[in-house]
Write a protein that binds this ligand. Structure first.
Ligand code: F6P
Length: 374
């Protein structure tokens, strides 16, 4: 008999509910008790935010977006901003209190479902003695040690669908449409949706972009009688002069920085440099919503069940990972060491270049010049 607590932390991602469903059922089958902590670590601080979960509580949730437990990306217990009576913001470490409550409530393991930030917190708790198992979540797919995080496939489908819809309106007006997709540090969503959605230009955080190269591609399209273009930019894309795009940050600095603005800036530059009619749009949180795709559902269900098997094997401070179609346990410390970047030598990047997509650098420009006279 074991007593497990699950939490969902950081930005939500389609598939969170499927993991919860799978953990609850896998534990129930073993005769274990499962509790859910609301809003990240809320249930470790206030019993009202701790909910007992039975199979009937998770019935039919595996295909729902969001998380029945709620989530927060402002709840780091090691540095939590708290406003005191004088109205000043103080950053407090409440991790000892959480650990003590975890022990007092008699939990055997905490299954933390989250991205890099939440797994970093989970690892710090593991170092303090909390038995923790991680489940990798993020639409950005930027966690090391796992080939995929759940939520990514759904986000890519949403972005690809949006690109498909933009083609007809862009074509009707001979316009350039610049679409901003999520991807703080890595361009996975931009690359996958851009290739699948017929983009002319894809801007990734991994390749600082030259706006002149972007405009050259658009002018080259015009020369070839294609008078509209689609540009996909990851929110974390930066120019080759080091210009990044954000809307400021909260009390905790870079970790809380709200990215945004690259599409608007790129659209403005394209218009002033090429005189093309140009519009920009930001897909934003649409990419985090909706029902998980079959791929994400299955992955999330497998992650949840594998996490429970890891509890049985006492593989604490490890994260479940997808590698060569199998479920694997990897040290959380390895998964959070650095962000998983798009491999610029990978087949997807080569494919993008081969089919004439500009990646914001000057590679491939000679070929347009060679063929421009045809
Ligand atoms: O980590 C996933 C992500 O979707 C990032 O791409 C994005 O920058 C961030 O979350 C936005 O999160 P929020 O608006 O919830 O703070």
């Amino acid at each position: 008999m074991k007593k497990i607590v699950i939490s969902t932390g950081g930005g939500d991602a389609p598939g969170l509910n499927a993991v919860i469903y799978s953990v609850v059922h896998s534990c129930y089958k073993r005769g274990w008790e499962v509790f859910g902590s609301r809003n990240g670590y809320g249930g470790f601080l206030d019993v009202d935010d701790l909910v007992r979960l039975y199979p009937r509580d998770v019935e039919g949730i595996y295909n729902l977006g969001g998380t029945i437990l709620g989530s927060t990306n402002k709840g780091n217990p090691f540095s939590r901003p708290v406003t005191n009576l004088a109205g000043e913001v103080q950053v407090l470490d409440i991790s000892d209190k959480i650990l003590k409550n975890f022990q007092r409530m008699g939990f055997d393991c905490h299954i933390a479902i989250g991205g890099d930030g939440s797994l970093d917190i989970a690892h710090r708790f593991a170092l303090k003695g909390m038995p923790v198992i991680g489940v990798p979540k993020t639409i950005d797919n930027d966690l090391e040690m796992t080939e995929r995080t759940f939520g990514f496939d759904t986000a890519v489908s949403t972005a690809t669908d949006a690109l498909d819809k933009l083609h007809s309106t862009a074509k009707s007006h001979d316009r350039v449409m610049v679409v901003e997709v999520m991807g703080r540090d890595s361009g996975w969503i931009a690359l996958y949706s851009g290739i699948s959605g017929g983009a002319d230009v894809i801007l990734l955080p991994e390749i600082p972009f030259d706006i002149e190269a972007v405009c050259n591609k658009i002018l080259d399209n015009d020369l070839r009688d294609k008078h509209y273009s689609i540009v996909v930019a990851a929110e974390g894309a930066v120019t080759c002069d080091g210009k990044g795009f954000n809307k400021g940050c909260g009390e905790l600095g870079r970790a809380e920085m709200i990215l945004g603005g690259v599409a608007e800036w790129v659209a403005g530059e394209i218009h002033s440099r090429t005189e093309k009619d140009t519009r920009s749009l930001v897909l934003g949180h649409l990419q985090r919503g909706g029902s998980p795709t079959t791929f994400d559902r299955l992955l999330a269900l497998r992650f949840g069940a594998a996490a429970v098997r890891m509890v049985e094997r006492k593989q604490f401070d490890h994260m479940v990972a997808l590698r060569d179609s199998e479920m694997l346990a990897v040290p959380i410390a390895e998964a959070i060491k650095r962000r998983k970047k798009v491999d610029l030598e990978s087949d997807k990047v080569i494919t993008a270049r081969d089919i004439g997509i500009c990646l914001g650098d000057r590679l491939g420009e000679e070929e347009f010049e060679l063929n421009a006279d045809d």
